[in-house]
Design a protein around this ligand. Structure first.
Ligand code: SF4
Length: 112
């Protein structure tokens, strides 16, 4: 097995579960629908997605990511988006979204 840094096979970057009863869980995606990040790794971190905030019954502030397509839009594009934003993760403190919003994962650059 080749390490992922040296292989040209990019199959690990995404897959589509066409049998999922929730498909399509997010609308407006025209490239491959990436199900790999069904539970977004950025849920606890700062991110550029168009989330809204709600308070759960226990009083915890949580993100509602219903309108976000960034982790799903294209296998390669969403893979690189998640890797880029996990390089220097910043814990999310429950605030409303104030970062710029972008429509495509490849356009979402973390702040330097
Ligand atoms: S808004 Fe998008 S990028 Fe941010 S945590 Fe939710 S699904 Fe992930």
């Amino acid at each position: 097995m080749e390490p992922k840094d040296s292989t040209e096979n990019e199959a690990y970057k995404g897959f589509t579960n066409s049998a999922c009863p929730f498909m399509p869980c997010h609308r407006g995606i025209t490239r491959e629908f990436n199900c790999l990040f069904c539970y977004c790794p950025l849920i606890a971190y700062e991110c550029p997605g168009p989330y809204t905030v709600f308070t759960d019954p226990r009083g915890m502030r949580r993100k509602d990511c219903s309108d976000c397509t960034l982790p799903h839009d294209g296998y390669r594009q969403s893979w690189h988006f998640i890797q880029k934003w996990l390089e220097r993760p910043v814990l999310w403190d429950g605030h409303e979204q104030t970062r710029y919003r972008v429509a495509r994962p490849e356009d979402a650059q973390p702040e330097p």
